[in-house]
Design a protein around this ligand. Structure first.
Ligand code: NAD
Length: 261
């Protein structure tokens, strides 16, 4: 129970990588504020399930992170719902794939707001409290696309590369204050966000979903396996542990070898 007496806030925590991170942090002893965009009753049910599975205190806070004001208010809402977070995980994210000439400007704005600006707002609010305590952990879920590019992902690439740079800067600002700020950069992970890309490749191959997955992996990810979300959760727990107290400002690929190529 390395994170006993800590409170964590995880954004986008009702499903996918965010829920896996929340579960791993709770299993490591942290109390959890889960954030989501779903209605209160739905989020409360996820939080209650996590509490009964792990014995930790949990709460759910709803906010649309596409709205700068809501993002700026999230830390206060989490503090009111449970306690001021010692651990902040910026995980919420969205994707849109198409070429630059057709890329809808409103999708650009939404992706930059949710995947990048929201992390600015939550970190800005979280750092003063972490400073006062002399301890804090910020884990930002970037992507391999924060380190390298692929076609048809202009906004996602800009946001995730931006998140890596932003995290390095905040890491330097807080390095002598017991606070670490790091990114995890996942490769293909088995969640909802990649389903449209699997379906598009599958359709081009005649409709076989498994063939679509194999082709996506063959193209980019040398371990040829979709990562279970739990793999990302376990790395997040490590980055929050005392063992990782000397690690700050890194962008850690968890990508089956994608960025080694
Ligand atoms: P997901 O679609 O299951 O989860 C995304 C989460 O973000 C959801 O909980 C969703 O409700 C939340 N969200 C979306 N828009 C929001 C908004 N406006 N306000 C608040 N919350 C919002 O996908 P996931 O794979 O679990 O994604 C989690 C993170 O991991 C994202 O930042 C994603 O970019 C990143 N990532 C995923 C992969 C992958 O292959 N799955 C790879 C690299 C990085």
């Amino acid at each position: 129970m390395t994170l006993h007496d800590r409170t964590a806030l995880v954004t986008g925590a009702t499903q996918g990588i965010g829920l896996a991170i929340a579960r791993c942090l709770a299993e490591a002893g942290a109390d959890l504020v889960l954030h989501g965009i779903e209605p209160q009753a739905q989020g409360d049910a996820v939080a209650a399930e996590l509490a009964s599975a792990t014995g930790r205190r949990t709460a759910y806070v709803r906010a649309d992170l596409g709205d700068a004001q809501a993002a700026a208010g999230l830390l206060a809402a989490a503090s009111a719902a449970l306690a001021a977070p010692d651990i902040l995980v910026n995980n919420a994210g969205i994707q849109h794939t198409c070429g630059i000439a057709e890329f809808p400007a409103e999708r650009w704005d939404a992706i930059l707001a949710v995947n990048l600006s929201a992390a600015f707002h939550t970190m800005k609010a979280a750092v003063p409290r972490m400073r006062a305590r002399g301890w804090g952990r910020i884990v930002n879920i970037a992507s391999v696309h924060g380190l390298v590019a692929s076609v048809n992902k202009a906004a996602y690439l800009a946001a995730k590369h931006g998140l890596v740079g932003l995290s390095k800067g905040v890491a330097l600002e807080t390095a002598a204050e017991g606070i670490t700020v790091n990114c995890i950069c996942p490769g293909w992970t088995d969640t909802a966000i990649i389903q449209p890309q699997i379906e598009a490749v599958a359709a081009a191959l005649g409709g076989d979903r498994q063939a679509g997955i194999r082709e996506l992996l063959r193209e980019k990810q040398p371990n040829l396996t979709l990562l279970p979300p739990q793999r990302i959760g376990e790395v997040a727990v490590f980055l929050c542990s005392e063992a990782a107290a000397g690690i700050t400002g890194v962008a850690l690929p968890v990508d089956g070898g994608w960025t080694a190529q």
